[in-house]
Design a protein around this ligand. Structure first.
Ligand SMILES: [Zn+2]
Length: 161
């Protein structure tokens, strides 16, 4: 007979999510500092893009530890142009740049999955992501939809596949 204290807790969704987070056994603050530092070169790229967006009268706010920058305010000409961008939002480290505030809200969980990928892969992600797209294209598959990181991001957010 197994003592109740020796029984392992059944896996839960929270347990599963923790397995995808790097440095999960470290104290929370140390884990956060390492994750921010490891992703910092990528976040710097996002900051440069974000500054450009702010120069176009965008807006920025920190949401759950991630800087979100909307390229344009609703109802502006810049917003109409931003609506023609080939993406709703794009993540670089701990910076997410979105076409609009609405796009940032709608895509928040998906982009957070990418933030976790940056925390795990760091600067290597900037090479790994396009290589995955190239690999899928060479296999005759869709370079975005079938990208390994997109598949995993969709698996952990609430977006339809
Ligand atoms: Zn994505």
């Amino acid at each position: 007979m197994v003592h109740p204290d020796q029984q392992e807790a059944p896996p839960t969704m929270a347990h599963h999510r923790n397995e995808t987070r790097p440095f999960r056994r470290w104290p929370r603050l140390a884990r956060s500092l390492v994750a921010y530092a490891w992703a910092a070169p990528c976040s710097l790229l996002g900051l440069l893009l974000g500054v450009g967006a702010l120069a176009c009268r965008g807006r920025a706010e920190v949401v759950r530890g991630v800087l979100e920058v909307a390229i344009a305010r609703p109802g502006t000409a810049a917003c109409a142009r931003a609506g023609r961008l080939p993406f709703g939002a794009i993540t670089f480290g701990h910076v997410v740049v979105g076409a609009s505030g609405d796009a940032l809200t709608a895509l928040r969980e998906h982009e957070r999955a990418h933030v976790r990928q940056y925390e795990c892969w760091g600067p290597v992600f900037l090479v790994a992501y396009p290589l995955s797209s190239l690999f899928q294209a060479l296999r005759g598959r869709h370079p975005y939809r079938d990208n390994h990181f997109e598949v995993h991001a969709r698996a952990t957010d609430s977006l339809p596949v």
